[in-house]
Design a binder for this molecule. Structure first.
Ligand code: SF4
Length: 231
C-alpha cells in the first residue's frame, strides 16, 4: 500500500507550480471535455489561465454532482463537546494560549444538546472538540459515543487524529465517519501556522486518512482550509 506520505514525498512543489502555470487554453479545453480527467487535466483546471472558463467548469461540476448524488442536500449539525485544546494554531480561537473560558460537556449537558437537536429534526451529528487527548480523549469518547449514537443514525467526528486501533474501537461503538483538515498541504506554511502541540506533526496528520481507511471507517472528509499554499 502506498501511503499519503510516500506520495507526498515524491512530489516536487516547485515543479508542480511550473507545470500548473504553463497550462494553455488547449489543455484546459481538453480537461473540460475529458470523461476521465488525469492529474495533468486537474492541473489545467486550477491553472491561472482557467479563470475565463470558470462558468463552464462550474456547469460541468454541477452536472457530474447531479449524476453522482442526484438532487440531494445532506445536512448535519455540529455538536461542540469541548473547546479545550493542547495545540497552538495561529488562526484559531481555541488555541491553548488564548485566555478563554474552557468547557467540556458532561453527560447531562450532552443529553440536553442531543434532545434539542433531535427535536428540530436533525438525524446526522458531527461531534467537534478541540484537540486535547488528555481530557477529551478515548476515555471520554468511549463513555459518550454510545449515548450520543442512540439519538442519531449517522455520527461523524472532527477531533484529534487517532491511531488505527482507536478508530476501530470507535467504529464498533457508533462512529460512521471522520473529518480531518490538513489546513494546508504546503509544509513550510503548515509549520508557520502550527506553533505547539501534536498538530505540529505534519505527517501524522497527513497519514490520518490512511489510518482511517485501514480502520474501515466509511466516510473520510479532508480539507485544505488555508489553501494549498500562501506562496
Ligand atoms: S487543533 Fe484545532 S481546535 Fe486546537 S487550536 Fe488548532 S485548529 Fe483550534
Amino acid at each position: 500500500m502506498t501511503t499519503f506520505t510516500e506520495i507526498y514525498q515524491q512530489l516536487d512543489w516547485h515543479q508542480l507550480i511550473i507545470q500548473i502555470n504553463s497550462k494553455s487554453a488547449k489543455d484546459i479545453e481538453k480537461a473540460i471535455c475529458s470523461d476521465r480527467p488525469s492529474l495533468q487535466d486537474f492541473m489545467a483546471l486550477i491553472s491561472p489561465d482557467a479563470y475565463p472558463y470558470l462558468e463552464v467548469i462550474t456547469q460541468k461540476a454541477q452536472k457530474l454532482t447531479r449524476q453522482r448524488f442526484g438532487n440531494t442536500v445532506g445536512l448535519y449539525v455540529p455538536l461542540y463537546l469541548s473547546n479545550l485544546c493542547a495545540n497552538d494554531c495561529v488562526y484559531c480561537g481555541f488555541s491553548m494560549n488564548n485566555q478563554i473560558k474552557r468547557k467540556v460537556l458532561n453527560e447531562k449537558e450532552i443529553i440536553a444538546e442531543c434532545e434539542a437537536i433531535r427535536s428540530i429534526g436533525y438525524n446526522n451529528i458531527l461531534l467537534v472538540t478541540g484537540e486535547h487527548p488528555g481530557k477529551v480523549g478515548m476515555k471520554y469518547f468511549r463513555q459518550y459515543i454510545p449515548l450520543i449514537k442512540k439519538y442519531f443514525s449517522s455520527l461523524l467526528m472532527e477531533i484529534q487524529p487517532l491511531a488505527i486501533t482507536e478508530y476501530k474501537e470507535l467504529k464498533k461503538i457508533g462512529l460512521d465517519g471522520v473529518l480531518v483538515y490538513q489546513e494546508t498541504y504546503h509544509q513550510p506554511t503548515y509549520q508557520q501556522q502550527h506553533l505547539r502541540g501534536k498538530k505540529q506533526d505534519f505527517f501524522w496528520r497527513l497519514e490520518t486518512p490512511d489510518r482511517l481507511g485501514q480502520a474501515g471507517i466509511d466516510k473520510i472528509g479532508l480539507g485544505a482550509l488555508i489553501g494549498l499554499s500562501n506562496n
